[in-house]
Design a binder for this molecule. Structure first.
Ligand code: FES
Length: 101
């Protein structure tokens, strides 16, 4: 069963920022692009390396390990069809970042 989890105060992730928050035995990677927020599992679907050090280009994050790219709007890996990273609904309300896990 999924439910909304309170992740962190919104000011902890300024525009262009990111943060990893542990929740429900997962590491949730949160991005604030300044235009949109994204939340995904902090684990690359290629070989499991963390995604939080990857470069973000628009809504695509590039894993530092081998360069695989993940579309954060769909969760799909754009480098290798059939791979994907779990993504989660995200909202900002009452000064907090919430993710549905
Ligand atoms: S582990 Fe991310 S590209 Fe290989």
């Amino acid at each position: 069963m999924t439910k909304w989890e309170k992740m962190c105060p919104v000011e902890e992730i300024p525009a262009g920022g990111r943060k990893v928050v542990p929740a429900n035995s997962l590491d949730i990677l949160i991005f604030n692009t300044g235009k949109r927020w994204y939340a995904c599992a902090n684990e690359c679907p290629h070989l499991g390396e963390p995604l939080d050090t990857g470069e973000l280009q628009g809504h695509v994050v590039r894993c530092n390990a081998h360069g695989y790219k993940m579309d954060l709007s769909t969760g799909n890996c754009v480098t290798e069809a059939g791979l994907g990273v779990p993504i989660f609904p995200i909202e900002v309300r009452d000064g907090w970042v919430w993710v549905k896990i």
